[in-house]
Design a protein around this ligand. Sequence first.
Ligand SMILES: C[S@@+](CC[C@H](N)C(=O)[O-])C[C@H]1O[C@@H](n2cnc3c(N)ncnc32)[C@H](O)[C@@H]1O
Length: 195
Amino acid sequence: MDNKSYQDHYFKKAKEQGYRSRSAFKLIELNQKFKFLKKEIKLLDVGSFPGGWLQVAKKTIKNGKILGIDKKKLIQIEGTRIIEGDFLEERSKNDILKFFNSKINVILSDMAPNTSGNKSLDAIKTNELCLSILEFSKKVLDKNGVVVSKLFTGEDFEAIKIYAKETFKNIRFFKPNSSRDNSRETYIHCNRLNT
Ligand SMILES: C[S@@+](CC[C@H](N)C(=O)[O-])C[C@H]1O[C@@H](n2cnc3c(N)ncnc32)[C@H](O)[C@@H]1O
């Protein structure tokens, strides 16, 4: 299948299954691989708009807490809380801490900057966002918690890998099939904080 057919395939599938984005299938595949969604967890989803990942998370998390944050305004999803704000701002981080009021079990980030048309620059910006997620996780994640974040191969990929290895006992990479439209996009899965 070429890229266009791939995009059309997942677009159709998302519509049929009631998901707000094709990205929903990336989280489904990531969870099939790493099995981090559980019934009673506290989950933070950063870069949630339009909400596909929150919809997927909500299907499994029944007695936990789910918080999404994005710069863009989301339409509410029942059983989740949503903050409209920039994750990089201290105020947003304080709001996140206030909402959970204890350590978080799973932190997801599908954050992506507005594309500039310059692939190298976009990769650098995406990886900066990934790094900010890993740094934040160090402070707020349960010691047996999980982080899953988008990142791009190339440029500062190696530096992020080194930082993740210093911070977590296990790190793995996985590129879902549904991510094929963007060749440099991949996801890092980290668990068990080094204490
Ligand atoms: C690929 S989309 C996420 C799709 C989402 N996972 C879903 O399933 O529908 C990336 C999102 O990251 C958000 N984003 C980028 N930088 C951000 C930041 N600093 N703070 C909050 N959200 C950010 C963008 O606004 C965009 O909506």
